[in-house]
Design a protein around this ligand. Structure first.
Ligand SMILES: [Cu+2]
Length: 84
Protein backbone atom coordinates (compact mmCIF):
# COMPACT_ATOMS: atom_id res chain seq x y z
CA UNK A 1 0.00 0.00 0.00
CA UNK A 2 1.36 3.44 -0.87
CA UNK A 3 2.17 6.06 1.70
CA UNK A 4 -0.61 8.51 2.35
CA UNK A 5 0.09 12.05 3.48
CA UNK A 6 -2.39 13.98 5.56
CA UNK A 7 -2.51 16.63 8.20
CA UNK A 8 -4.40 17.36 11.34
CA UNK A 9 -4.14 18.04 15.02
CA UNK A 10 -2.41 15.83 17.52
CA UNK A 11 -5.15 14.99 20.01
CA UNK A 12 -3.29 12.58 22.26
CA UNK A 13 0.01 10.73 22.47
CA UNK A 14 0.16 7.42 24.28
CA UNK A 15 2.52 7.60 27.25
CA UNK A 16 4.56 4.72 25.90
CA UNK A 17 4.75 6.37 22.47
CA UNK A 18 3.18 3.41 20.71
CA UNK A 19 0.08 5.15 19.40
CA UNK A 20 -1.02 8.64 18.55
CA UNK A 21 -4.55 9.97 18.24
CA UNK A 22 -4.97 12.43 15.40
CA UNK A 23 -7.83 14.61 14.26
CA UNK A 24 -7.11 14.28 10.58
CA UNK A 25 -8.43 16.06 7.53
CA UNK A 26 -10.45 14.13 4.93
CA UNK A 27 -8.32 11.52 3.13
CA UNK A 28 -9.68 11.05 -0.39
CA UNK A 29 -7.29 8.17 -1.15
CA UNK A 30 -9.15 6.06 1.41
CA UNK A 31 -12.52 7.73 1.05
CA UNK A 32 -12.30 8.83 4.68
CA UNK A 33 -14.03 11.90 6.03
CA UNK A 34 -12.31 14.04 8.62
CA UNK A 35 -12.22 12.13 11.90
CA UNK A 36 -10.37 11.50 15.12
CA UNK A 37 -8.64 8.14 15.28
CA UNK A 38 -5.62 6.34 16.71
CA UNK A 39 -2.64 5.29 14.60
CA UNK A 40 0.33 3.15 15.46
CA UNK A 41 3.70 4.89 15.33
CA UNK A 42 6.77 3.47 13.68
CA UNK A 43 9.69 3.32 16.09
CA UNK A 44 11.71 5.60 13.76
CA UNK A 45 9.37 8.52 14.47
CA UNK A 46 10.68 10.96 17.06
CA UNK A 47 7.87 11.82 19.42
CA UNK A 48 9.70 13.57 22.24
CA UNK A 49 8.94 17.10 21.06
CA UNK A 50 5.30 16.52 20.26
CA UNK A 51 2.43 17.54 22.47
CA UNK A 52 -1.33 17.59 22.25
CA UNK A 53 -2.88 20.44 20.30
CA UNK A 54 -0.07 20.78 17.77
CA UNK A 55 -0.85 20.91 14.09
CA UNK A 56 0.96 18.08 12.32
CA UNK A 57 1.65 16.74 8.87
CA UNK A 58 2.06 12.98 8.76
CA UNK A 59 2.54 10.02 6.48
CA UNK A 60 1.13 6.60 7.14
CA UNK A 61 0.46 3.26 5.57
CA UNK A 62 -1.61 0.22 6.27
CA UNK A 63 0.24 -2.68 7.85
CA UNK A 64 -0.89 -6.06 9.20
CA UNK A 65 -0.96 -4.35 12.62
CA UNK A 66 -3.15 -1.50 11.39
CA UNK A 67 -2.49 2.02 10.21
CA UNK A 68 1.05 3.03 11.07
CA UNK A 69 2.47 6.55 11.05
CA UNK A 70 5.96 6.56 9.62
CA UNK A 71 6.56 10.31 9.48
CA UNK A 72 5.14 12.98 11.75
CA UNK A 73 6.16 16.63 11.82
CA UNK A 74 4.72 19.72 13.39
CA UNK A 75 3.29 22.20 10.90
CA UNK A 76 1.78 25.64 10.89
CA UNK A 77 -1.97 25.73 10.88
CA UNK A 78 -2.88 25.68 7.18
CA UNK A 79 -6.63 25.87 7.45
CA UNK A 80 -8.03 29.33 8.05
CA UNK A 81 -10.43 29.22 10.96
CA UNK A 82 -13.88 30.62 10.47
CA UNK A 83 -16.32 31.97 12.94
CA UNK A 84 -13.74 33.17 15.43
CU1 LIG B 1 -9.37 8.25 10.03
Amino acid sequence: MPLITSEGILAEMAQDGSTVTLEHQPIPELDWPAMTMAFGIDESVKTTELSAGQNVVFKFRETPQGYQVIELQTAPRAQPTTGE
